[in-house]
Design a protein around this ligand. Structure first.
Ligand code: HEM
Length: 215
């Protein structure tokens, strides 16, 4: 492996790039509570990998969605494991991102000069919650259908723009085939694009500014 790296490095001079990204000593003031940003990052990677496997069998149509997830769980090799990892990973990411946010808040690590990174973080929180909300509908069972009915009705109660948001999410006034396609598109295209963009900015800022403290 190192010989492959040497070969590539000789041609592209990657070492300085690698050093600037990863070759830093961990600051002495880092605690257990500082691990939750990184844990959320690893969970997000796991969600991407398991999600890609799930899309190989999942069919986003009301006629086939439920049967396709049942097929994944019962017929596909390691399907139950992959699906379980994706489900548990989604819940775990919500827990770890909230712990990460609380660590940043209680240590005051959002204060100058890290305000922009806090704002990027708020975007990331919305993305993580958005993944959970849109993913919940995909199995298209009774629980998924009615939970999304309640969720989209809550969105409709927002003053002024509520009914517009409802129609945007459902793709009309009713919850049906268009809603499922829309949630699927959000889940596998729009939210991952936002995730990678915001995460890139977030980690770039952490690298540029260093981790706040010691307090
Ligand atoms: C997908 C979600 C997220 C990931 C993967 C992530 C990842 C990270 C990582 C790896 C760090 C550096 C070490 C650490 O403190 O853990 C960090 C720092 C930071 N994060 Fe996040 N984060 C996420 C969401 C958030 C949220 C929701 C907020 C707040 C609203 C936030 C605000 C910050 C701030 C201000 C820092 C700098 C803290 C410091 O310098 O001590 N992040 N994030």
């Amino acid at each position: 492996m190192s010989r492959v790296f040497e070969w590539v490095d000789e041609r592209l001079n990657l070492r300085p790039l690698w050093r600037s990204v990863a070759d830093h000593a961990v600051p002495a003031h880092i605690t257990f509570w500082h691990c939750f940003g990184g844990i959320t990052f690893l969970l997000m990677l796991m969600q991407v990998v398991t999600g890609i496997f799930l899309t190989m069998y999942y069919v986003p149509s009301p006629d086939h969605a439920y049967a396709s997830v049942e097929y994944i769980s019962q017929q596909v090799m390691f399907g139950r494991l992959i699906r379980g990892m994706h489900r548990i990973g989604a819940s775990a990411a919500v827990i770890t991102v909230v712990i990460h946010m609380m660590r940043v808040y209680f240590q005051g690590a959002y204060k100058k000069p890290r305000e922009l990174n806090w704002i990027a973080g708020v975007g990331l929180l919305a993305v993580v919650l958005g993944f959970g909300f849109t993913g919940y509908l995909l199995p298209w069972d009774q629980k998924a259908y009615w939970a999304t009915m309640v969720g989209t009705n809550i969105a409709a109660s927002v003053p002024v723009v509520g009914s517009w948001v409802l129609r945007l999410l459902r793709g009309g006034t009713d919850l049906g085939a268009v809603t499922l396609t829309r949630f699927f598109s959000l889940h596998i295209w729009i939210l991952p694009t936002l995730l990678f963009t915001l995460l890139g900015a977030h980690l770039f800022m952490v690298r540029r500014q260093g981790v706040a403290g010691p307090f």
